[in-house]
Design a protein around this ligand. Structure first.
Ligand SMILES: Cc1cc2nc3c(=O)[nH]c(=O)nc-3n(C[C@H](O)[C@H](O)[C@H](O)COP(=O)(O)O)c2cc1C
Length: 213
């Protein structure tokens, strides 16, 4: 393992520049329109059947921060200093939302109504064979993609982030009014302008984690 070196492609600089930040400059407030752009860009992420199960709750007011405070565990400094906390959820009812997504394709002329129906039948038939565990894995994978894209999108806009898995999911969800029967908590992301450098971290060498065949 070694300290992360720059990636080979200049365009990938953003990957090596992203570091988890745990203390932010409290004087920097990211506007809602900037946050909206960052989230919109993040949603170019791939998702299973392009069903885009991710849903976001943006906590960027002192009142909302106060509500979730008891559920932040060891991540209080991030809550208190960040410009916002973005909670990412997965909508378990992908089968019900499929029509909406596929209809967009019809509106954009990407497919006919008939093709949409065929695709929808195929997707729904496939998804109906999922066990709850398989569905949860698929949803979490989709959310993972949107989360990393969100963090990189924020970095490209000059902001910093930290993924937060250490929080009381049920308490937090109750506090922000997200019904966990339908919306699976995936991750929180703190976002703001760094007030300190991210800690240097190490990564495996490719050899240590790769089998070539
Ligand atoms: C799923 C997940 C959960 C994490 N949870 C926390 C957390 O609760 N608090 C925290 O400070 N960092 C958290 N992190 C950040 C990791 O500690 C960090 O990504 C790792 O140490 C590598 O450092 P880097 O992001 O600066 O490269 C989490 C990261 C991931 C991917």
């Amino acid at each position: 393992m070694g300290i992360i070196k720059s990636t080979i492609n200049k365009a990938n600089r953003i990957l090596s520049d992203r570091r988890s930040i745990r203390k932010y400059d409290e004087t920097v407030k990211i506007s809602r329109s900037e946050l909206e752009s960052i989230i919109q860009d993040a949603m170019t992420a791939p998702s299973s059947f392009n069903l885009q199960p991710w849903r976001f709750v943006v906590i960027d007011t002192p009142e909302a921060k106060e509500k979730v405070k008891p559920y932040m565990m060891f991540n209080l400094q991030q809550l208190e200093t960040s410009s916002a906390i973005i909670a990412v959820y997965a909508d378990k009812k992908v089968a019900e939302t499929a029509d909406q997504v596929l209809s967009q394709g019809v509106e954009k002329g990407l497919r006919t109504e008939e093709q949409k129906q065929q695709l929808k039948d195929m997707i729904l038939s496939y998804i109906s064979s999922y066990t709850p565990e398989r569905l949860a894995n698929s949803l979490m994978m989709d959310c993972g993609f949107v989360c990393i894209q969100l963090m990189l999108s924020a970095k490209a806009c000059g902001y910093d982030t930290c993924p937060i898995g250490g929080y009381d999911r049920q308490g937090f969800s109750d506090a922000v009014g997200m019904d966990t029967e339908r919306y699976m908590p995936a991750l929180l992301i703190s976002i703001g302008k760094a007030a300190e450098d991210g800690k240097a971290s190490t990564r495996y060498s490719v050899d240590a984690v790769t089998k070539w065949m």
